[in-house]
Design a protein around this ligand. Structure first.
Ligand SMILES: [Zn+2]
Ligand SMILES: [Zn+2]
Length: 135
């Protein structure tokens, strides 16, 4: 997602585009916002309250998604196609998993008139890199 698209969404919802908001959004876009944590911004000198304020706003607008994995801090990511996650219990690495057909799976079992608002697919284990080191 590009910065301008995000600003447009904010203006549509009558949110003001303040300087800290702008700066944090810029950082998100630069990093492509994959599984980032609050600390990533704290290190840049922003106040935690400011960071939360921006992230909550973007979550409400469904621009980013909030994840709460086991044994991990809260993570955020740009909303994209439904996907699952693999979480390495050893190094904490989080890997996106493409799961084709994930969104139509429930409808097949529950009927087409079912609406799904959220899905969560998480696999836990030891990643290939850690397994190599363990050998
Ligand atoms: Zn690992
Ligand atoms: Zn992800």
């Amino acid at each position: 997602m590009r910065e301008q698209e995000i600003y447009n969404k904010l203006s549509e919802q009558k949110y003001r585009i303040t300087q800290p908001r702008k700066e944090i959004i810029k950082l998100l876009v630069e990093k492509d916002a994959q599984h980032f944590k609050i600390d990533d911004f704290k290190n840049k000198g922003y106040k935690v309250a400011t960071i939360y304020n921006v992230l909550n706003m973007l979550t409400e607008l469904k621009i980013i998604k909030r994840y709460n994995f086991e044994n991990s801090e809260v993570l955020y990511e740009f909303s994209k196609k439904a996907h699952g996650h693999f979480i390495c219990e050893q190094c904490g690495d989080i890997i996106n998993l493409a799961l084709p057909g994930l969104s139509c799976l429930p409808a097949k079992q529950l009927g087409n008139n079912t609406t799904i608002s959220k899905s969560k697919v998480e696999f836990y284990g030891v990643c290939a890199k850690c397994n190599e080191k363990n050998e």
